[in-house]
Write a protein that binds this ligand. Sequence first.
Ligand code: ADP
Length: 532
Amino acid sequence: MLGAMQDWELRVTHLIDHAATEHGTREIVTRWADGSESRTNWAGVRRDAMKMANALRRYGIAPHDRIATLALNHHRHLVSWYGVVGAGGVLHTINPRLFDDQLEYMINHAEDRVLLYDAMFQPIVDRLRDKCPRIERFICFDSGDHAPAFEDWIAGESAEGNWASGGEREPCMLCYTSGTTGHPKGVLYEHRSTMLHAITALQPAVFNLDARSVVLPVVPMFHAASWGLPWMGAAAGAKFVYVQGNDPAALCEMMRQEKVNVSAGVPTVWLALLQHMDSTGIDLPELRQVVVGGSAMPRPIVERLMAQGLRIAHAWGMTETSPIGTTGAEPWDWDARDFQSQVSYKAMQGRVPFGVEIRCVSLGDPAVVLPRDGKASGALQVRGPWVVKRYFKALDDATAADQWFDTGDVAVIHPDGTLQLTDRTKDVIKSGGEWISSVDLENAAVGHPAVAEAAAIGITHPKWDERPILVVVRKPGADVTGEDLRAFLSDKVAKWWLPDAIEFVDALPHTGTGKISKKDLRDQFREYRLES
Ligand code: ADP
C-alpha cells in the first residue's frame, strides 16, 4: 500500500517559485568588480531565469545537457542557476582559479554545450576554446565584446512558460572536486539531494536563515555549490548581497552599506577581512553570524570573532557531501559553558545536522569502527541522502555496499558527537608506527604571532619511517627562528611530535581552491634528507 499524499517532486524550481511568490520584493544586490552596483529581487530573478530557460530551449538544449558557468558571484550568475535547471539542464559551475589542463579535462568530461562566463575570464576562454570543441555557444555575463551578452541574449524571450518537469532523482548540478591527486572527479547532484540539503541547511543548526537574513556569500558560486546558499536562500526568502571578487575593502563596504547579518567563507577570507578591519578601524555592527569551512579555522581567529559577539558555525564538508557535513551548532549546555570552552568547541568541526551520519574507522587493515571517545582517530566516513554514491560517469560506486563514503579525512569523534578533524589520510605522518597529525602541528604553529602560514609534511627517516618537518612563511617584517618556534611548540604538542626541522620559505604552494597543496610541497621537498 502507498500513502495518499500529493505528488510534489522535490525539484529545485519549487525554490525559485516560492521565493518569487512569497518573497518577490526581497532584494538581490550586486557590486561588480568595477565598483558599480545592480539591484534586482527574487521576482526579477525568476523572470530572467524563465527567459533564460526559454532561450536555452529555443537553442535546442535537451534534458540533462550540461551548461557551464565560469564566473564570480553576481545576480546574473544566480539567474543562470535557476535558468539552467528550469530548462531541465545540468548546471556545471567551474572554478576559474584551476589550471588550464584541469579546466580542459572538466569541460570535456562534462561535455558542456554552452559556457557562460565573466568578461574578466576572456583570456581563459580564449585559451580553452580550441581545446574544448564540444562547447557550441559562448555567452558573456557582463559584456558583448567577444560573445553575445547575457542580457541581450535573453531580452527578447518571454517571461512566461513552465519549468521543465521530471522526477526528483534527475540531475540538476555538476561540481568537480579540484583533484589534488589525479583527474578532477565530478559529483552530480540531484534535484532531491539538493532540496533535502537546502531544507536542512537553512535551519538554526546550520545557516540559520529566514526572511530577515541579509547574506553576503564570500564563498564563490563555483565552489561546492556555494555551500548550497543560492538554493536555501530562495527557500528562506533571504536578501543576497553579491560582491564580484573578494577584495576585503569592497566586502566590508557592502556589508556595512547593505546591513549584512550573515556571511560565509573559507578561513583565509576572514583573516583578510580582520586584517583590513584592524588597519582601517572599520567595524561590522550588523554582522551576527559567519559560517566558516573548507579548511580548519585556527583557534585564535575563532576566539577573535567570538569575542566580537559573532556566532560562528565552523562547518566541515566536501563537494561530495553537497557540501554540508557538520556545523558548529551549539550543544544543549552551551549557555552554561565558559567562553574559553565555547571557543574550543567552535574550533572543532561541530556536529551533524539530521540527514548526515558519520563514523570513524581504524586506519589499519582490517578497518574496525572506532569508539566515539574523543581519542581514537581514524578514517572519517559519511552517509546520507546528499552524499555522493558514484562519481559522474564512473562505473563503480564511490561508496561501499553499506553506503559509507570514505572522505579521505582523519578525525576523532567526541562522546557528544563533536567531530574533530586531525588530518587528511594522505597527509598524516607515520613515525615509529604512530600517527602524527600534520593539522595539529600547523594549527599550533600559526598560533605564533610571527607565523603567517605553516605546513607540516612527513620526510622519510631511516629509523622512524617518517618524521615531521615544518615549512613556515613568516608574517611580513616578522622575525622568528626555528629555535624560537620549537620552544613555542614544545608545550602545545607531544614531545615526539615536535618537527625534526623547521624550514622558512617565502610562500607555500596552494591549490585552485586556496588550500595548501601538500602534494606540491612534498614534491618540493622530495630530495630533503634528515639525519638519523
Ligand atoms: P576540493 O576537494 O575541491 O579542495 P572540497 O571543498 O570538496 O574541495 O574539500 C573538502 C575537504 O576540505 C575536506 O575533505 C576536508 O579535508 C577539508 N575541509 C573542509 N572543511 C573543513 C574544516 N572545517 N576543517 C578542516 N578541513 C576541512
